[in-house]
Design a protein around this ligand. Structure first.
Ligand SMILES: Nc1ncnc2c1ncn2[C@@H]1O[C@H](COP(=O)(O)OP(=O)(O)OP(=O)(O)O)[C@@H](O)[C@H]1O
Ligand SMILES: [Mg+2]
Length: 300
């Protein structure tokens, strides 16, 4: 399908600084042309170079619901999935595949995101769940090219992802995963058994990440696992998530921190009504007991 006569930049900046969408041909969203076979991945070095170009300095980010973008010679209508302080995540369709594209909200912090492909590789190599295809692609918005993150959209994974910061999926009571309203710490510990195994992999590989990156996945065979995304920018100059010479005491502290996040992640993943009815996840004592129980399974 070819884009015929759409205004490629139907956006303008309102007086409040927001990017506003002009009236767009309603058919335009369906008239995307896929010319390239695959998205062109670039190295972080090339991405840094792109960021240093003057054109980028005038880019103020975008949070618009829909924007026209170009990757190579192909044009796409990108639809906003969600966003945070650093990125706005869009979805495009490329070669009949859905692709998530994260654009920068602010140029200053964007350099810090460029290590995400390297970090996700480290996480994957440690046997943990993370984004399948994180890479940097040059994306043209409003006539300027800058690096963006290409990822697999959450919905395209073969497991469910419960993003702790912006939960868009929730476990409902009808799914019968467990009787959350009468949950005991022993049952919660059993349920999180594979998450604990993942924490052991994190510790074995000396991987130190913050709470923003820790999410929950539910696999097709009903296992709760750790899902890692949005890797920390403060680590950028180090270029690795692995900490050298971590002492056992520090490892235990880190392990308990990850396990505490598991408690919150599970609470966030369930429907709000079950959450409040159950009361399990609002009880500090349950949390402490569960962490103790889970920590006894840490291999340090
Ligand atoms: N691959 C993806 N597929 C679908 N949605 C995604 C994907 N990656 C991120 N998102 C959504 O976009 C949101 C923002 O992404 P992310 O957390 O990486 O950005 P951020 O700017 O660092 O956010 P924050 O400021 O909250 O840390 C996520 O909370 C999630 O809802
Ligand atoms: Mg973040």
């Amino acid at each position: 399908m070819q884009i015929k006569a759409i205004n490629f930049f139907p956006y303008f900046k309102s007086s409040s600084g927001l990017i506003v969408r002009r009236a767009l041909n309603p058919l335009a969203a369906d008239t995307v042309s896929f010319k390239s076979k695959s998205l062109p991945i670039i190295t972080p070095e090339k991405a840094y170079k792109l960021l240093e170009e003057n054109t980028y300095k005038s880019y103020n980010g975008t949070t618009a619901y829909e924007i026209p973008i170009k990757i190579g010679s192909a044009q796409y209508i990108a639809r906003r999935l969600d966003g945070g302080g650093t990125k706005t995540v869009y979805e495009i369709e490329h070669n009949n595949e859905k692709v998530a594209i994260a654009l920068a909200n602010s140029p200053e912090r964007w350099k810090n995101v460029l290590n995400e492909p390297q970090y996700t590789r480290e996480i994957r190599e440690a046997g943990l769940l993370t984004n399948d295809c994180c890479g940097i692609v040059p994306v043209e918005v409003d006539g300027k090219t800058f690096p963006a993150l290409r990822m697999k959209p959450y919905n395209e994974h073969n497991f469910r992802i419960f993003d702790c910061k912006n939960p868009s999926d929730r476990i409902s009571k009808d799914e019968g995963i467990c009787d959350f309203e009468n949950l005991t710490t022993e049952q919660a510990c059993d349920m999180l058994n594979d998450f604990i195994d993942d924490v052991n992999k994190m510790l074995k590989n000396n991987i130190d990440i913050g709470s923003d990156s820790i999410n929950l996945a539910l696999t097709k065979d009903g296992k709760f696992r750790l899902y890692i995304n949005d890797l920390p920018f403060e680590k950028s100059p180090v270029n690795t998530l692995r900490v050298k010479n971590m002492q056992d005491e520090e490892k235990m502290k880190l392990g308990r921190f990850y396990l505490e996040r598991a408690f919150y992640a599970l609470g966030f993943a369930i429907d709000k009504d079950i959450y409040y009815h159950s009361g399990f996840f609002t009880d500090e004592e349950n949390k402490n007991k569960l962490i103790e129980l889970m920590a006894s399974k840490l291999e340090i």
